[in-house]
Design a protein around this ligand. Structure first.
Ligand code: KG4
Ligand code: ZN
Length: 335
């Protein structure tokens, strides 16, 4: 079954062709980064307008790159939630029109679950596993018992991890998008230069939760207080120290969830899953299988949407033309 996937929930206009939820025949991502860089963040109105201008060409390119005839497509999957309303609507409307005009089944998928599917395009994995979804909008440690059977163990009680990277980078003018800029700078820095406070949420219901608001404030407003005077105050050292604090907090909760559940497989996804230090912290642990998506599938893309969409369509799920975009979704089940 060959699925056309479409993704337009934020600032990437993407389309992909994936066969049987596994074989990525094409994966086109037209990024709007350059158009939002001047604002140091995504401007929703600009994003939705660019999606409207680009989506036809992006979909045509995905079909051409896959080397298939349009008639070979068996179904359409599109990100329908969560995300920027105006951006989501472009993809959803396009997908509906494409599917309706060709008499194809179509399905709206959850962007967060799609991120968790990205590594499964390349690898077989058995459920249950612990999912780690880390992006600009989400920070989730969850137990996955199926591709859409997810129970949240921990989450952020304030900012998402990627958002913290982006805000710190924006404040210090480190580059845009902030996460990859900090990652790059940190490689030349020394994380011991600054000893950021680690919030303590160890108790009870917050056992696996994280909090990034305090770290963000410490990095932006209280640097003098935490800087180690033996180190030069430069961007690389700041990036390394911030990255270590942000990632270590996440990894400690993840390891706790693994210990408590006895599950020995981790599947990561989302833009922050590209982070070099996060990957190194989880690499080479005896008895633990960790799957990261390839770098090309960490950020927003449509291959993960087509892959997850295939699983749903194969099960018999269908959406009708009344499907709407939902900027927010109810949280997954909380354990
Ligand atoms: O998944 P994604 O493309 O969009 C959302 O669904 O949010 O994630 C984007 C986020 C941004 O916050 C970006 O700064 C962060 O992922 N990011 C990174 C890295 N690459 C992207 N954060 C840390 N290290 C990276 N290498
Ligand atoms: Zn995303």
């Amino acid at each position: 079954m060959t699925i056309l996937g479409i993704e337009s929930s934020c600032d990437e206009c993407a389309a992909a062709i994936v066969a049987d939820g596994r074989r990525v025949a094409s994966n086109v991502v037209a990024t709007q980064i350059a158009r939002h860089a001047a604002f140091d963040g995504v401007v929703p109105e600009i994003a939705s307008r660019l999606h409207t201008e680009w989506i036809q060409d992006v979909v045509s390119k995905a079909i051409a790159d896959a080397g298939i005839a349009e008639g070979a497509i068996d179904g359409v999957a599109v990100t329908a939630r969560p995300g920027l309303a105006g951006s989501l609507l472009v993809g959803v409307s396009f997908a509906k029109a494409f599917a309706w005009s060709r008499g194809l089944p179509f399905i709206g998928v959850n962007h967060v679950l799609a991120h968790l599917y990205a590594p499964l395009l390349d690898d077989e994995v058995e459920y249950p596993f612990i999912g780690l979804i880390v992006s600009g909008g989400h920070t989730l440690i969850c137990r996955a018992d199926g591709f859409d059977d997810v129970t949240v163990l921990g989450t952020t009680i304030d900012d998402a991890i990627g958002e913290a990277f982006d805000k710190v980078a924006k404040h210090y003018g480190l580059g845009y998008p902030g996460g990859s800029a900090i990652d790059r700078l940190a490689r030349a820095g020394d994380a011991a230069a600054c000893d950021f406070p680690r919030p303590n949420l160890y108790k009870g219901e917050h056992r696996y939760d994280v909090s990034y608001s305090g770290l963000k404030t410490a990095a932006i407003r209280q640097l003098d207080q935490f800087w180690n005077p033996a180190y030069e105050r430069n961007d690389a050292n700041l990036a390394a120290a911030f990255e270590r604090a942000a990632v270590d907090m996440l990894v400690s909760r993840l390891l706790r969830a693994l210990d408590d559940t006895g599950i020995r497989t981790v599947v990561a996804g989302g833009g922050v899953a590209a982070n070099t230090y996060l990957r190194s912290r989880l690499a080479g642990r005896a008895g633990l299988r960790v799957l990261f998506p390839p770098l090309s599938l960490c950020g927003d893309n449509a291959a993960m949407v087509a892959g997850l969409g295939y699983r749903m369509l194969e099960r018999g799920d269908r959406d009708g033309l009344q499907l709407n975009a939902s900027p927010r979704v109810a949280a997954f089940k909380r354990s």
